[in-house]
Design a protein around this ligand. Structure first.
Ligand SMILES: NC(=O)c1ccc[n+]([C@@H]2O[C@H](COP(=O)([O-])OP(=O)(O)OC[C@H]3O[C@@H](n4cnc5c(N)ncnc54)[C@H](O)[C@@H]3O)[C@@H](O)[C@H]2O)c1
Length: 241
C-alpha cells in the first residue's frame, strides 16, 4: 500500500522535528520543510523523509514547493516565529515579519497543498496556534495576535474545505521546551515557569506530536474547525483568587 504523505513546515527542529518523528512512526512519508536547509536535511535523514528548503512567508516560493511535492494528505502549518518587544514599540519590520510568517505563511501553504488533498479525496490540516492566542502576556509584540488570527483562519478554512472532506484544526501549545524556547528555561527558571502551569510541569515537543498524530489520523475523522490546547491547563483560566 502507498504511504500517505505528511508535509510539515518548520520541521528542522523543535516541535516540527518531534511531529516528523511521530508521523513517520505512524507510517507517513514525511516532507520536511524549513527555511534552514541543514535542519530540514537532518530531520529528513532522521525520519527517512524528503527535505525541502522554503521560506513560507514567500507566496511564490510556497506555490513552487506545492508544484514540486507530489502528494499531501496531511499538512502541519507549524513554522512560526516570535520577537520580544512591547507592542507599543514594535517596529514595522518586526511586526510585518511575524505576521508574514505566522499568518500569511499558514495561508500560502494551505493554498498550495489543498489541490493535492482534493485530488486524493480529502485530508487533514493542522495549524499551530498557541495558548498565547488568548492568554496574553506583554512583551511579545504581535505574536499573540498572529496566533488569534491563525485560529480564525482555521475556522474559515474548515468551513470552506469541509465539502472537500478536508478537516482543518489547530493545536495551541502552552509552555513547551523546544530548540527555539530552551533559553527561556535556563537555570532554575524551569521550576519557576512550571509553577505557573496548573499541571505544574512544562511540556515537551512529544506532548504536541501526540496530538498532531490524533488530528492527522482516522480517530479524529469527524473533528474539524476546532482548537485543542495542549498546555497543561494554562488556557483554562487564572489560578489566582
Ligand atoms: N515552544 C513553545 O513553547 C510554543 C508554544 C506555543 C506555540 N508554539 C508554536 O509552535 C511552533 C513551533 O515552535 P518551536 O518552539 O518548535 O520553534 P523553533 O524555533 O524551535 O522551530 C521553528 C522552526 O521553524 C523554522 N522556520 C522559521 N521561520 C520559517 C519560515 N519563514 N519558513 C520556513 N520555516 C521557518 C525554523 O527554521 C525552525 O526550524 C511555532 O508556530 C510556535 O509559535 C511554540
Amino acid at each position: 500500500m502507498t504511504k500517505k504523505t505528511a508535509v510539515i513546515t518548520g520541521a528542522g527542529q523543535g516541535l516540527g522535528r518531534a511531529m516528523a518523528m511521530r508521523l513517520a512512526a505512524d507510517g507517513f512519508h514525511v516532507v520536511c520543510v524549513d527555511v534552514n536547509s541543514d535542519a530540514a536535511a537532518e530531520t529528513a535523514r532522521m525520519v527517512g523523509g524528503e527535505p525541502h528548503v522554503c521560506d513560507i512567508s514567500n507566496r511564490d516560493a510556497v506555490h513552487d514547493l506545492g508544484a514540486k511535492v507530489t502528494a499531501c494528505d496531511v499538512l502541519v502549518n507549524n513554522a512560526g516565529i516570535w520577537s520580544f518587544e512591547s507592542l507599543l514599540e514594535s517596529t514595522e519590520e518586526q511586526a510585518e515579519r511575524v505576521i508574514h510568517v505566522n499568518v500569511l505563511g499558514t495561508m500560502w501553504c494551505t493554498q498550495a497543498f489543498v489541490p493535492h488533498m482534493r485530488r486524493a479525496g480529502g485530508g487533514s490540516i493542522i495549524n499551530v496556534s498557541s495558548a498565547a492566542a488568548w492568554t496574553q502576556s506583554p512583551g511579545i509584540g504581535v505574536y499573540p495576535a498572529t496566533k488569534t488570527a491563525v485560529e480564525s483562519l482555521t475556522k474559515t478554512f474548515a468551513l470552506e474545505l469541509g465539502p472537500d472532506n478536508i478537516r482543518v484544526n489547530a493545536i495551541g501549545p502552552g509552555l513547551i521546551v523546544s530548540d527555539g524556547t530552551a533559553a527561556n528555561y535556563e537555570g532554575n527558571r524551569m521550576n519557576e515557569r512550571a509553577q505557573g502551569v496548573p499541571m505544574r510541569r512544562v511540556g515537551s515537543p512529544v506532548d504536541i506530536a501526540n496530538v498532531v498524530s490524533f488530528l492527522a489520523g482516522p480517530d479524529s475523522s469527524y473533528v474539524s474547525g476546532q482548537v485543542m490546547y495542549v498546555d497543561g491547563g494554562i488556557s483554562a483560566g487564572t489560578q489566582k483568587r
